[in-house]
Design a protein. Structure first.
Length: 203
């Protein structure tokens, strides 16, 4: 009685021990005759591949669990650890806090809108004086730098740019209604007044 055919199609007769590939029908209808296989010959299809267990275990190292860990998992699932209890409590607390904030947001959205507070009205005169003070300060710095330059000192590029802007600063001051030489004129006026009040010497 022939055995089950192998991968290569070889059938072994159990009584005689002869091996052969039985005859078969071709696609065109002709018969393919049986082929006898010599004793001891093993075709490549029937050769079992060598499997290295160490290499196989190394390839499957991440897939399989740790040996003996399954029993531990069952035991831990029955008795929850204190850390898992703590994490569960934290999750509950976060959930409650989130619900509370959502409720507050909903209440805030339902509340009537607050009347908008009008910004304080700025006095234009005060703003003008503030700007004029700032411009005078810049002008004074620029004039000091110009005097240094005239004295022969070397200036940085930024300082030279400030010196160049002197006329522009004077124009801005005049546009605001302030005189660039207010302070110097006031000083000159006081000096003239002092000179007029000097007592005359008697001859």
């Amino acid at each position: 009685m022939p055995s089950e055919p192998s991968r290569s199609g070889i059938v072994t007769d159990e009584n005689s021990g002869e091996r052969q590939i039985p005859e078969s029908m071709r696609a065109d209808g002709t018969t393919r005759r049986a082929i006898k296989i010599r004793p001891g010959y093993r075709p490549p299809e029937d050769v079992e591949l060598y499997k290295n267990r160490t290499a196989e275990d190394f390839r499957n190292r991440g897939k399989a669990g740790i040996p003996g860990a399954e029993g531990l998992k069952d035991a831990t699932s029955e008795t929850p650890s204190p850390a898992s209890n703590k994490n569960a409590k934290r999750r509950e607390a976060r959930k409650k806090a989130k619900e509370a904030t959502e409720a507050q947001d909903a209440a805030a959205s339902k509340a009537p809108p607050r009347p908008e507070t009008k910004p304080e009205e700025v006095d234009p005169e005060a703003e003008k004086e503030k700007k004029a003070r700032n411009l005078k300060k810049k002008l004074k710095q620029a004039k000091d730098l110009k005097n240094k330059k005239d004295g022969g000192e070397s200036l940085l590029p930024e300082q030279i740019a400030k010196v160049i802007k002197i006329n522009e600063l004077i124009r801005e001051l005049e546009a605001l209604g302030f005189d660039a030489d207010d302070e110097s004129k006031a000083e000159a006026g006081t000096a003239d007044a002092g000179a007029d009040t000097k007592p005359l010497k008697k001859s």
